[in-house]
Design a protein around this ligand. Structure first.
Ligand code: ASP
Length: 344
């Protein structure tokens, strides 16, 4: 039995892995050895930390589904050797990556904690140090020998969120993320307070299954007053299109325009899956509550419930990559696969 807790740091990039060049003032990526110079506390944690850096380190705006696969495969290869995983990632697309990993890593029994920073690590007031050290502590936290948070999460500022429930909400302040439709999994102050009843605990007899097939042929169609038929028609007729996230109003409503109904109905008949996502951050889609959503229901649009757009993007790409039957994908869209939505 090993005597030390172990964490694998997967270093993808983002502001957290940048420091200011003292002569030019420009931000440049740093490696793990430089990180240890900035953060001598890493050695004092008593935790054995190994790191795998991406080369080159990425701004997360450049992240693609290939990046998600790479992270998933690193976790798969190293799964048995570490107590937990910390993914250092830019904040811009962190919610997409955390969502994608939650679907790719089935039967996850160890923590995978994404974190980053709003200010580079070398800067005086950087949030990198607290975020990283706390993420490492959470990644190794155990109770009765079992991981306290065996989920893909985002830790930022003082809150631990379920990854597939988060959205980047702030480009300025340290509290960059929120989970509008699901409570935090932990709050961090003097102590780390875990909210166990909100944490998902897997069947520990099931082995980790990593499914990295992705089909990116989806689109997002955001409704607005005055949207034209040409706009909707062009989106629904993108070659190879398999699914659309329809960003609707309020509880899932849309204008009662005959052409909109016909365009959506034709697309559904052509095998395109259309998922209704409210433009509101909080609350859920309730098709049929107002007359203005009946047309969507009749056209065959399905509910995205209270999912984030990030989670819907990741879930659709994942299901389209793993399954070929439209019926099967629609069935899986109506259930929560890893806590990404609340279905009553
Ligand atoms: N553009 C950066 C990124 O997402 C911002 C950050 O790290 O917060 O990689």
């Amino acid at each position: 039995m090993k005597d030390k807790n172990t964490v694998l740091l997967i270093f993808t990039g983002g502001t957290i892995s940048m420091s200011e060049d003292p002569t030019t003032g420009a931000l440049r990526p740093i490696d793990f050895y430089r990180l240890q110079e900035y953060l001598p506390e890493l050695k004092q944690t008593g935790i054995e930390i190994k790191s795998i850096p991406f080369s080159p380190l990425m701004d997360s705006s450049d992240v693609q589904p290939e990046t998600w696969k790479e992270i998933a495969l690193i976790i798969e290869e190293n799964f048995e050797n570490f107590d937990g995983f910390v993914v250092l990632h830019g904040t811009d697309t962190m919610a997409y990556s955390a969502s994608a990993l939650s679907f790719m890593l089935k039967n996850l029994s160890k923590p995978v904690i994404f974190t980053g920073a709003q200010l580079p690590i070398g800067m005086m007031r950087s949030d990198a140090k607290e975020n990283l050290l706390t993420a490492i502590e959470i990644a190794t936290a155990k109770e009765n020998g079992k991981a306290i948070v065996p989920e893909v999460c985002i830790f930022f500022e003082d809150t631990l969120f379920r990854g597939n429930r988060t959205t980047k909400k702030n480009a300025e302040h340290f509290n960059a993320f929120n989970s509008y439709n699901y409570p935090p999994l932990a709050k961090v102050g003097v102590h780390i307070k875990y909210f166990n009843s909100y944490i998902h605990y897997p069947d520990l007899s099931a082995k980790l299954e990593v499914n990295t097939n992705i089909n990116p042929n989806i689109a997002i169609l955001k409704l607005f007053p005055g949207i034209t038929q040409q706009n909707v028609h062009a989106t629904l007729n993108i070659p190879e299109l398999k699914a659309v996230i329809l960003e609707s109003y309020g509880a899932g409503n849309a204008p009662r325009l005959t052409w909109l109904y016909e365009e959506l109905k034709t697309a559904v008949q052509n095998g395109i899956i259309i998922v209704n996502k409210s433009q509101c951050s909080t609350g859920t889609v309730e098709m049929g509550k107002y007359e203005t959503s009946l047309n969507l229901l009749n056209a065959g649009v399905i509910s995205g419930y209270d999912c984030t757009t990030e989670a819907l993007v990741a879930k659709l790409m994942h299901l389209l990559g793993e399954y070929h039957s439209t019926e099967e994908i629609i069935q899986k869209m109506s259930v929560s696969l890893c806590g990404e939505m609340t279905v009553s």
